[in-house]
Design a protein around this ligand. Structure first.
Ligand SMILES: CC(C)C[C@H](NC(=O)C[C@H](N)C(=O)O)C(=O)O
Ligand SMILES: [Zn+2]
Ligand SMILES: [Zn+2]
Length: 390
């Protein structure tokens, strides 16, 4: 079936102006000024994008799709995600991850959930491992997981500078990152390591020591939660200015913001103003991950749950409240994760790329329509495709 998105203002994320987009199967077939279709050409679904912005489908590069949490005991293990938790947030590609609990959750379960979501219509990848070092894998080796399992693009989330980490030595982390890098080289993947940054004093010390003392490049690391406290955020800006990738977590709570976390829309504004390259910054939601709170004695005092819908919500705030140009704001959840993670068919509205497209209402910037690999998942804000048990 052919689809034609007409009359929309296209951000690829670079602004292309008013363009018509011809979708052929699951691919973007053509981008033209004004495609005239004969009235009686019945094999074409026309999607009128008048009054809409047409942007690439969003990429959420850190989602606990098979569940996470558990830091407050078994009742605080978070449930696995459902398809529309993702698509209602305009997200058409997710990278699945495990966190604190690498015992009752494992790589096989994460891979099965990733495959299930792919069968339901979106595109999924995953990181092998969980917080711990040495980290749990599917084949027994980070390197082999990346080479042999198509959906595995790297390792993570590996906990650093956090009371919940396995307190790895810098040489243990270096070996893990070295394996991920070679796994990526052998399989043409990014082979990056998603690093969970905690609130500890050591912050990015280990990463910077590895970059200084080995042949491993700074871009092998994707430190996330870099907006979680003021001191780490400051360090993150320096890391970004040195060419590092910085990922900000959009899921949050009122308490976290009151206690020093930098709201993502503001974090992006500050990072850009401080001179961090707009290509090195990403947002991810930590969706379905837990947002646990601990007191100064390290005692558990409460828990929230991450939401994928926070991802675009922060980009919308960046555009509307922080006046960041759409081209720059959209990059952090489209072109940047796609390019950094080497998701070659993703992140851009370009001939030959996957037909992952979101229509935004020009006035409200609300998500109106979501298309994943050519299939309409959400139309006029209504769910068209539900998950199996939704
Ligand atoms: C960034 C902050 C707010 C949340 C962050 N979440 C995770 O890392 C995921 C969680 N531990 C899980 O395993 O589900 C945290 O706990 O520090
Ligand atoms: Zn984390
Ligand atoms: Zn997480």
């Amino acid at each position: 079936m052919l689809k034609l998105i007409k009359n929309g203002k296209v951000y690829s994320p670079t602004y292309l102006g008013k363009k018509d987009i011809l979708i052929v199967g699951d691919k973007i077939g053509y981008i033209v000024d004004n495609l005239q279709v004969p009235e009686d050409f019945v094999h074409m679904e026309i999607i009128d994008a008048k009054g809409k912005y047409v942007v690439p489908g969003f990429i959420d590069s850190h989602v606990h799709i098979s569940g996470g949490g558990g830091e407050g005991g078994f009742k605080t293990r978070t449930p696995e995600i459902q398809l529309t938790d993702i698509t209602l947030g305009g997200v058409t590609t997710v990278v699945g991850v495990l966190g604190t609990d690498g015992t009752t959750r494992n790589g096989g379960n994460l891979l099965a959930k990733a495959r299930g979501l792919e069968e339901e219509g979106i595109t999924t990848y995953m990181y092998t491992g969980s917080y711990q070092v040495p980290t749990r894998t599917i084949t027994g080796s980070v390197l082999d997981d990346i080479v042999l399992i198509d959906k595995v693009i790297g390792a993570g989330e590996i906990a650093m500078s956090d009371h919940r980490s396995s307190q790895p030595r810098v040489d243990e982390l270096a070996k893990l990152v070295a394996d991920a890098r070679v796994g990526g080289i052998l399989s043409g993947k990014a082979g990056v390591v998603n690093i969970h940054m905690g609130d500890g004093e050591r912050q990015l010390d280990f990463i910077e020591e590895i970059v200084e003392s080995t042949e491993i490049p700074i871009t092998q690391f994707i430190p996330t939660h870099m907006n979680r406290n003021g001191s780490l955020f400051k360090r993150a800006i320096e890391f970004g200015k040195n060419g590092g990738i910085i990922d900000f977590t959009t899921s949050t709570t009122k308490k976290f913001l009151e206690e020093g976390e930098t709201k993502c829309s503001k974090a992006l504004k500050i990072a850009l103003e401080e001179g961090v390259s707009g290509n090195n910054i990403t947002f991810s939601s930590d969706g379905q991950g837990s947002l646990p709170e601990f007191n100064e004695k390290g005692e558990f005092i409460g828990i929230g749950i991450g939401k994928v819908t926070s991802l675009y919500s922060e980009v919308k705030d960046a555009i509307v409240s922080e006046n960041i140009p759409m081209e720059k704001a959209l990059r952090v959840i489209t072109a940047n994760p796609a390019d950094i993670l080497k998701l070659k068919d993703k992140g851009h509205i370009e001939k030959g790329k996957d037909a992952d497209i979101v229509l935004l209402d020009e006035d409200t910037f609300e998500i109106d329509t979501v298309i994943a690999r050519g299939q309409v998942m959400i139309k006029n804000k209504e769910v068209v495709v539900k998950g199996t048990f939704e």
